[in-house]
Design a protein around this ligand. Structure first.
Ligand code: PMP
Ligand code: GLN
Length: 388
C-alpha cells in the first residue's frame, strides 16, 4: 500500500536495543534506566488502582495532576498556566509533540529543526503535511570540543512559510543546555519573526555543575509563543509509564486538545493519580541532577582509560564520545561493530540528522546513556577499555 513515510523504518533506538539483546551486549544505547522508580511512587500508583481510579480520566488530564504541574512550572519558571485551559496531560512527551505538530503545523508550512535532532520530530512534521527545515549546530572543533547553536544560521533559515522552531534543551543527544544568551537570541528572533516555539524539555531535571534549567517560558515574550512539553519518564525513572504534559497559551492549547482528544482521548488514570500524589511529596523533584552528575563523572573517569574522548556534557543522561582513534567510517557501522565485537551498544549521532549516511552527519561520535547502575557502567567501561 502507498506509504506516508516510505523512507522510515524502525527507530535507531529499537534497532540498537534489539541488537544488544541478540548479542548480550550492555545496552548504553536507548535511553532508559536499568533501575526502578521510587517505591513511594509505585505505591501511590497501586493505591490509586485499589482506590478505584480505573476509568477514563478527563480528556485534559486529572485536575489534581494538572494542578501539580501548574505549581511545578510556576516554581521552576515563574510562569503561571491556567489549570483549565492551558495544561494537558499527554501520553508521554511523544504524544504531546505529535499532537502539537499535527494541530499547529499546516500543509505547506516549514518547521525548523536544529540538527542533531530527536528522531520523532521530522516524521511528525511530515504527517502534518509540513516540511522540516534542518539547521545544523556547529559541530565540535579541535579547540572547542562541543556542539554550538548557531542562532544566525537559524535566523537565516526563516522564510514567510516558517511556522515553528523546535527546541530541545537539555539536548538529546549532545547534552547542551540553554544559556541566558540563548534566550536573549530567541527574544530577538521572536520579536522580528513571531513564530511558535515547540520546546521539548524531557530532560528538564537533569542539568549539571550547578546550572539551572532555563526554559523559554521563563521569559514572558517567549512564553506567549511557546508550547512547553515534558515527561515524567526521565524524571521518575519510569520511561515505560508514558505520562507527559504540555503547557501553552489557551488559544494554542485549544487546537492541541482537538488532536489529543481524538488520538488518545485521555491518559492512564491510576498513573496520573499516583504521580499527582507523589508530586505533593517534598523530595519528588529534588536530587536528580546530583544523582546523574555522579554517574556522568563515573563514566568520564572510566573513559580516561579508553581511546574514546568524551565531549562536554551539561545535562541529560547522555554523553557523546569521539571515536576518531578507532578509524574512519560511518558512525552506524562503528556502533554495530562495538555492539557485536565489544559487547557495548551505543547510538550513532548521525541517526539524529536527516540523512544518517551523509558525511556531514558523521562526526565520529557515539552517544552513551549513563542512566545505568554503577555496576553496569563499570562493566561497560571494562569492555571499552579493551578497545585499541
Ligand atoms: N523528546 C526527547 C528529546 C526524548 O529523548 C524522548 C525520549 N525519551 C522523548 C521526547 C519522548 O518522551 P516520552 O517517552 O515521554 O514519550
Ligand atoms: N528518547 C530515548 C532515547 O533517546 C528513546 C525513546 C525511544 O526508544 N523511542 O534514547
Amino acid at each position: 500500500i502507498p506509504s506516508k513515510l516510505p523512507d522510515v523504518g524502525s527507530t535507531i533506538f529499537s534497532e540498537m536495543s534489539a541488537l544488544a539483546l541478540e548479542c548480550q551486549a550492555i545496552n548504553l544505547g536507548q535511553g532508559f534506566p536499568d533501575y526502578p522508580p521510587s517505591e513511594v511512587l509505585i505505591q501511590a500508583v497501586s493505591n490509586a488502582m485499589l482506590q478505584g481510579h480505573n476509568q477514563y480520566a478527563p480528556m485534559a488530564g486529572l485536575p489534581a495532576l494538572r494542578e501539580a504541574i501548574a505549581s511545578k512550572v510556576q516554581t521552576q519558571h515563574g510562569r503561571s498556566y491556567s489549570v483549565n485551559s492551558e495544561i494537558t496531560v499527554t501520553s508521554g512527551a511523544s504524544e504531546a509533540l505529535m499532537s502539537s505538530l499535527l494541530a499547529l503545523a499546516h500543509p505547506g508550512d516549514e518547521v525548523l529543526l536544529i540538527d542533531p535532532a530527536y528522531d520523532l520530530y521530522e516524521p511528525s512534521i511530515r504527517l502534518a503535511g509540513a516540511r522540516a527545515v534542518r539547521v545544523p549546530m556547529r559541530p565540535p572543533q579541535e579547540n572547542d570540543p562541543a556542539f554550538c547553536i548557531d542562532w544566525n544560521r537559524i535566523e537565516a533559515a526563516l522564510t514567510d512559510k516558517t511556522r515553528m522552531l523546535v527546541l530541545n534543551f537539555p539536548h538529546n543527544p549532545t547534552g547542551l543546555t540553554l544559556k541566558s544568551e540563548d534566550l536573549d537570541a530567541l527574544e530577538t528572533l521572536i520579536s522580528k519573526h513571531p513564530i511558535l516555539l515547540l520546546s521539548d524539555e524531557a530532560y528538564e531535571h537533569i542539568v549539571f555543575d550547578g546550572q539551572a534549567h532555563l526554559s523559554p517560558v521563563s521569559r514572558p515574550l517567549l512564553a506567549e509563543h511557546t508550547v512547553l512539553i515534558s515527561s515524567f519518564g526521565k524524571t521518575f525513572h519510569a520511561t515505560g509509564w508514558k505520562v507527559g504534559y504540555c503547557c501553552a497559551p489557551a488559544a494554542v492549547m485549544t487546537e492541541i486538545r482537538k488532536v489529543h482528544q481524538f488520538t488518545v482521548f485521555s491518559v492512564s488514570t491510576p498513573m496520573q493519580a499516583g504521580i499527582a500524589q507523589y508530586l505533593r511529596t517534598a523530595d519528588a523533584l529534588s536530587g536528580l541532577s546530583g544523582f546523574y552528575q555522579k554517574k556522568r563523572d563515573r563514566l568520564l573517569a572510566g573513559l580516561k582509560e579508553t581511546v574514546l574522548r568524551p565531549l562536554r556534557a551539561e545535562g541529560t543522561f547522555f554523553l557523546l564520545v569521539d571515536t576518531a582513534a578507532l578509524g574512519d567510517g560511518l558512525e552506524k557501522e562503528l556502533a554495530l561493530r562495538l555492539t557485536r565485537d565489544v559487547g557495548v551498544a551505543s547510538i550513532p549521532v548521525s541517526a539524529f540528522y536527516g540523512d544518517p549516511n551523509h558525511p556531514e552527519a558523521n562526526h565520529q561520535l557515539l552517544r552513551l546513556c549513563f542512566a545505568k547502575l554503577d555496576t553496569t557502567l563499570d562493566q561497560a567501561l571494562e569492555r571499552l577499555q579493551g578497545l585499541e
